[in-house]
Design a protein. Structure first.
Length: 77
């Protein structure tokens, strides 16, 4: 079991995840990241999330991987 943090960033700034999530392995961490992106994108509001990046970090603050929102929601046509 690992504890991960899902921070997000864009050119406008950084939003830190202070609570984190418990995951069993890297595959679950990727699924958790995709769910977080979908949740943010589906929330009502004017935000264009395509330029945001989700940074998945461990308890020591080391980045495990980064997932661009555009890789989950697609790019504008």
């Amino acid at each position: 079991m690992a504890h991960i943090y899902l921070h997000r960033s864009s050119e406008r700034g950084v939003v830190l995840d202070h609570s984190g999530s418990d995951v069993a392995d890297l595959a679950e961490a990727r699924d958790c990241a995709k769910r977080a992106i979908h949740s943010l994108v589906m929330a009502p509001g004017p935000e264009d999330w395509r330029e945001w990046i989700l940074h998945v970090s461990d308890e020591e603050g080391e980045e495990i991987f980064a997932m661009p929102f555009a890789s989950v929601v697609g790019r504008a046509h």
